[in-house]
Design a protein around this ligand. Structure first.
Ligand code: 13P
Length: 287
């Protein structure tokens, strides 16, 4: 059931768990995430970066595929279709295309411009029933061409953006997109605590979910993180399973080259990763 992400994240915040956002890249990815959410009776958020949207022939194609698949698979758990790290125009395109949620990433603007643009998009999104995520500070590393400096968010700036009526807020707390380097210092929990205090009752979003140790995930949830984004980890497990299939020569046995067979181990690997994360985040059975 496609819904916006507002209620599922309020519930997660009140009941002290987090909903996973899993980024999708194609039909297999989408089906793997939807089926796992249904099997685990868990709410879920499908993340679509602008790059992934282009790859899948545009965000209208994505919205049509996700809505049709949700119906065809009889998905009854709450599913939000969410733009990840959207530009201003990208947000307008996804509102028009039939997404149920958007993220406006104005973190590379100065705070006044971030406030102004976020404010405009809050109105446009809410008028159409979509939820909206905004960003303060910045997520380190690179995702689909979006590069961040990793700047720790200022709690006063978080409050400014939260007060605009956004539904959930991404704040940089030392988190990084992609695989964490060996010398990573870990999440800045003092910053997270200060942001939680400044934004009172706002579901917080932890980007860069790949590779964050379990104890840090749990502590982040205890400090108000209600949405955790995972992208790279599904890509890595998909690639490893596909590599194992080909390296064992299975694509050369019988009709092992059939794409439905070739992609099956990667598909199952995504399902396993998503299930593992849902258990860790505590969202199983919370639909
Ligand atoms: P990872 O690729 O590090 O899991 O980050 C995902 C993310 O934050 C999407 O916005």
């Amino acid at each position: 059931m496609i819904v916006n992400a507002t209620e599922m994240l309020k519930k997660a915040l009140n009941e002290h768990y987090a909903v996973g956002q899993f980024n999708i890249n194609n039909l297999e990815w989408t089906k793997a995430v939807l089926q796992t959410a249904q099997e685990q009776n868990s709410p879920v958020i499908l993340g679509v970066s602008e790059g992934a949207g282009k790859y899948m022939a545009g965000v209208s194609t994505v919205a049509a595929m996700v809505r049709a698949m949700d119906k065809a698979l009889g998905i009854t758990v709450p599913v939000a279709l969410h733009l990840d790290h959207g530009s201003y125009q990208g947000c307008l395109d996804c509102i028009e295309a039939g997404f149920s949620s958007i993220m406006f990433d104005g973190s590379h603007f100065d705070i006044d411009e971030n406030v102004q643009k976020t404010k405009e998009l809050v109105k446009l999104a809410h008028d159409q029933g979509l939820s909206i995520e905004a960003e303060v500070g910045s997520i380190g590393g690179e995702e689909d061409g979006v590069v961040g400096t990793g700047e720790i968010a200022d709690p006063a700036e978080c409050k400014k953006i939260a007060d605009l009526g956004v539904d959930f807020l991404a704040a940089g707390i030392g988190n990084i997109h992609g695989v964490y380097p060996d010398n990573w210092k870990g999440l800045d929990f003092d910053a997270l605590e200060a942001i939680q205090k400044a934004t009172q009752g706002m579901p917080l979003v932890l980007h860069g979910g790949t590779g964050i140790p379990e104890d840090m995930i749990k502590k982040a949830i205890s400090l108000g993180v209600s949405k955790i984004n995972v992208n790279t980890e599904c890509q890595l497990t998909f690639a490893a399973a596909t590599r194992a299939y080909i390296e064992s020569g299975k694509d050369k046995q019988g009709k092992g080259f059939d794409p439905r067979k070739l992609l099956a181990p990667g598909f199952e690997a995504i399902k396993d990763t998503v299930k593992e994360k849902m258990i860790l985040f505590g969202s199983v059975g919370k639909a």
